[in-house]
Design a binder for this molecule. Sequence first.
Ligand SMILES: Cc1ncc(COP(=O)(O)O)c(C=O)c1O
Length: 409
Amino acid sequence: MSREYSLTPKRVARVETTYRRIVTKFPVPQSIPVLEKLQALEPVAMRGQPPVVWSHANGFQVSDAWGNQWIDWSSGVLITNAGHGRREIVDAIVEHASSEMLTNYCFPSEIRKRMVETLAGLLPAPLEKVFLLTTGSETVECAIKLCRIHGVLAGGRRKHVIVSFEKAFHGRTLGSQQAGGIPALKEWIVNLDPGFVQVPFPDGFRTEDNSFAGFERALSEHDILPEDVAGVMLETYQGGSAAFAPAAYMQSLRRWCTEHNALLVCDEVQAGFGRTGKLWGFEHYGIVPDLALFGKGISSSLALLSRGGRASGYHGSAFAGQHDFNAHGQSDLLRSCTGIDRSAVEREPDGKRAEDGRHPASAAARVGGPVPPDRTRGWQGTGGRHRVREGGDEGAGRRSCVGRGRALH
Ligand SMILES: Cc1ncc(COP(=O)(O)O)c(C=O)c1O
């Protein structure tokens, strides 16, 4: 849990700009009963959220019921890639809800066919199968299972090791946290499965040696033989720091996985659907993984996740594929916003190309500079994903922003 915000309303400077408006004390006195009730009824895991009680949202802006308006730099925690309140999505949801058919798991449907067809059509070979699930963590669990099934079939029970990266975040369930690379998040597990191993992520600053030799060295330090690896999984970019691996490293990793018959898994739950300035994050590396996991921006609204891949193996859930409600909205969204106009996804707001090395979002560029050489403060990232590196007190910048109409998470 991050540090909690005070619920004592304080006077803050009035803000009235084109996109931001702060006209009350903060937190807003009338919002305190809502915040207190949530504190009383929800677990501690839900604390630490900025005390902005959202009432409505549009595009990149969110408003409360008392006249304040923020720029939503959280992007709904990296979900609203197409913006809040996108007309096509709203219309599709309303239209489908009106049909009153909100569930049909055991039976096929035309809408589901349209959805998987649209997704499969967007993915490069060999990502030819699409499986719809319900949370990002579930796609990760599914990938772990498929890697292990693949490994054991290919090389017997020894070939079960899942290699992932230090500092990685893959979700909050048992398997996804073991694949994650943040030790504090898995203390609760106690008896960690030794078949999950993390190696340094080649970000070039926390791990200065970002050559592929570092991957092989780390495996041998863990006493892992390449032939025992069932799969290698990474966040296409590390969400916690908006850090990418070098393309050369990823191309070597792709070759290594093929050579050792291990599945390469890109967790695109954050990186997919245009978040990085390309439709898929792995395009930055010039590779295609064996499995790609999608979430968040896939729907820009309701929960919907998918796994695209070439590997098969049994996995299911009560809600798997049961996304008629979503699929309807999503098919329309996919048609309209990706519609899929790659050139729109790959352009900066001011029309410049994402990869031309400029500082990304223009709003970000106004308040931050390029990443300084020591990388302890400043911005990093590309497309629609950036991280403020604050140095010193993590969270101080975020806390000071929220009272000034910029809602960061
Ligand atoms: C890269 C990545 N993978 C997986 C997840 C887990 O997704 P969910 O919260 O939908 O389970 C997240 C969530 O933040 C994520 O960022």
